[in-house]
Design a protein around this ligand. Structure first.
Ligand SMILES: Nc1ncnc2c1ncn2[C@@H]1O[C@H](COP(=O)(O)OP(=O)(O)O)[C@@H](O)[C@H]1O
Ligand SMILES: [Mg+2]
Length: 363
């Protein structure tokens, strides 16, 4: 387990202080594929680099399996680092060395006997499906193949943790998918905990079980991927979710709602692995004096779950709408009230005051 306890990191550049991490508290369990998402400069790489003590926190503790990484002796730290592999956006391969030599390097540095190195390297190259490129130099490889070499090198010391710093950001979508599948296989078959940072929500969607959202050095939201995707709370998270679940209401519908003088609320409903969608809306129409108007519907697959999102306008008196909401609750349908502005395709501003419009027009 990796545990951040009130971790802060401040850099000082020419009398100017940059707070790269602010009071980060986070638990990453063994076996997780934990995604960290945020814009450039959010503090993601710094967060990753304090895990293997490439950066030392200015305050707080980083515990790995209960041990404070910054309190280890030099020898113990070297041993700990062997358990932590790392891969990068730019692969960081040695251009003058072959695939085999690149992967063998960490073992050589650890003075592993030659025959053991050979056995290990051949085994990992097989695992990452690069056996046929064994004696090739990196310049002859595609981006995806280079990243496979990076991964093989990171696996050479049998780590229990793999840190991935934007490992797919330089790759095309098809290659990205293949590398993400490989990371999944590493997690599943080698039981390696993966901490993966990215600025792309589709990366989180396809491989992670947990996610934390970073903004200005802080973790502003975290949880199970399915929970965060289905009910994002912070504006930044909603924006990220929108990039993979484009829950935007067509402009025409928005215009017609803007001129709707009746009393209404807009709800964003979520259905998980369920087929009760239609029956729930039909029941609301029947049971209460309300009208429902579907503005958007989408079904997506996240991990092994099916997530349905429906944005619906519920029209009626406030009292009837409240009853309808209670009914939704009783049926275990998750929902959020949203403003019309939040349903537009355009990503809204970071400043919450810019983002919301009142969601109820007075009757
Ligand atoms: N070694 C460093 N020296 C000075 N400032 C740094 C250093 N590393 C990171 N920073 C600053 O810390 C902040 C977070 O950076 P980083 O962790 O690289 O963010 P991200 O990976 O999310 O893009 C940025 O403002 C960056 O300029
Ligand atoms: Mg970074």
């Amino acid at each position: 387990m990796i545990e951040f306890k009130n971790v802060s990191k401040e850099f000082e550049v020419k009398d100017k202080k940059v707070q790269a991490l602010k009071d980060v508290t986070l638990k990453i369990e063994k076996g997780d594929i934990y995604g960290i998402i945020g814009f450039s400069g959010a503090g993601k790489s710094t967060l990753l680099r304090v895990i293997n003590a490439l950066e030392k926190p200015t305050a707080g503790e980083v515990l790995i399996d209960g041990e404070d990484i910054n309190k280890l002796s030099a020898k113990a730290l070297r041993a700990k680092r062997k358990q932590i592999g790392m891969i990068f956006q730019q692969f960081n391969l040695l251009e003058t060395k072959t695939v085999y030599e690149n992967v063998a390097l960490p073992l050589k540095l650890n003075k592993v006997p030659k025959n053991q190195i050979r056995k290990k390297v051949e085994e990992i190259l097989e695992f990452v499906e690069l056996s046929d490129k064994r004696d090739v130099y990196p310049s002859k490889l595609s981006g995806g193949q280079k990243q496979r070499v990076g991964i093989a090198r990171a696996l050479a010391t049998n780590p229990s943790i793999l840190l991935s710093d934007e490992a797919t950001s330089a790759l095309d979508p098809k290659t990205t998918t293949a590398i993400l599948q490989l990371l999944k296989k590493i997690n599943r078959e080698l039981h390696i905990t993966i901490v993966l940072i990215t600025h792309e929500m589709n990366v989180i969607q396809s491989v992670c079980n947990h996610v934390a959202v970073m903004e200005n050095g802080e973790i502003v939201e975290k949880g199970d991927v399915i929970d965060v995707f289905s009910e994002p709370k912070e504006i930044i998270t909603k924006n990220f979710v929108k990039t993979v679940i484009p829950d935007s209401v067509p402009d025409k519908l928005i215009q017609s709602i803007q001129s709707d003088t009746r009393n209404y609320k807009i709800l964003r409903l979520k259905f998980l692995d369920s087929d009760s969608t239609e029956s729930v809306l039909a029941a609301i129409n029947k049971r209460y004096d309300v009208e429902t108007n579907i503005l958007f519907a989408n079904i997506s697959e996240i991990q092994e779950s099916i997530l349905g999102i429906i944005i619906v306008q519920i029209i009626g008196s406030s009292a009837e709408i409240v009853k309808a909401q209670s009914y939704l609750k009783s049926q275990k349908v998750g929902y959020q009230e949203v403003g019309l502005g939040e349903t537009q395709a355009q990503l809204y501003a970071q400043d919450p005051s810019d983002a919301y419009v009142t969601d109820t027009v007075p009757a």
